[in-house]
Design a protein around this ligand. Sequence first.
Ligand SMILES: C[S@@+](CC[C@H](N)C(=O)[O-])C[C@H]1O[C@@H](n2cnc3c(N)ncnc32)[C@H](O)[C@@H]1O
Length: 364
Amino acid sequence: MIVDPQIVEYFRNIKQVFIYIIDKCNLNCVQCLYKPNNYFHIGRNYIELDMAKKLIKYFYGLGARKLTIMGGEPTLYGEEEARKPLLCLIEYAKEVGYEYIRIDTNGTFEIELLHNSQFKLLDEITFSMDGPTAEINDNIRGKGVFDKCVANIKEGVKLGYNCDITCCIHKGMIQRDSNNQLYLHKMILFAEQMGIKRINFHDLFKSGIPRDMWTGSIEISLEKWFNVWAEIQDNIKRGCYKIPVRIPQGFVTKDRFDKNSKYYGYCSAKTGDRVLIHPDGILRVCSLMIGTPYGIGRFYDNKIVWDKSGTNELESHNMEKFTPCTNQSKSNKYDPFLPVCVSFKPQQNEFAWNQLEWEKNRKE
Ligand SMILES: C[S@@+](CC[C@H](N)C(=O)[O-])C[C@H]1O[C@@H](n2cnc3c(N)ncnc32)[C@H](O)[C@@H]1O
């Protein structure tokens, strides 16, 4: 491929690739930040297999070792050809040398897919679930989704797949059952019972960024967030859970940030540890730029070019300084708290976080 030197220089510390292989999805989740991509295209809504192969190989050459295949719903990629393109991509990524390949799915695919030998090459299947009961989950993800996903998780676990769950923290998750148990806590126990290896949470605050426009009204207040965050952190410290729990911190006080700005100032746009590849031909770094024209570069034909225009997402960042999340802090309605990166999850057991040895930056 013909690649601009700025791309090579910028991605010198790349650890992982997220390939959004197809924008189409069979669900319409309330919180989905990907909605604009799912519904509007003027061109194709997927990345051609040849191009996908070239891109993942290229970024492997720069140093990426973890690959996430997502979308849209990645199990719809090449659906009309019995998913051969998806299976070829998984196999090819292994041949190239990726050490960790995962797929991020809504878990509604036909169960037979789990029996496919190429699919079995995956190092992880991440199932997205937004509640430990059908009622809570399906309010967000759609009727009948809970049962389908649970059936696939059970089969996946039985077949020996490394299964994880990703869950968004929405209003339903901070409610309590009749025994006063927080659904967020119950979600972790549910994952454990299912044989899940690790659970990862996403927060859904509306902080003056583009995704606020098309995600539903299910976000929670800061006060409630601090309470449930403290409760779950306390449970983790007391060893209540058998599996690792990755939970975002969300915010930090100014004082604490100033004392340890290197640690709290984690920002993938500054570390250049990841690339997000999208069917619209845009390469992005920050997931908060999804659905916008902003990115770091573009790919087409046999080229990867640096975005030299006003849509380069780095324009807003002070690359020399550790700051709170640049994108979320523009209209900081959470003052006196400062927003940290949505991927800032203290002490998380995650490939890129470990590779960057980010925990070593922690002072307290
Ligand atoms: C966009 S989906 C695409 C992959 C697949 N269709 C799925 O459901 O997992 C990837 C992950 O992003 C999460 N997600 C969706 N909207 C989000 C938002 N507004 N903020 C944070 N995470 C979000 C989903 O719950 C899911 O776990």
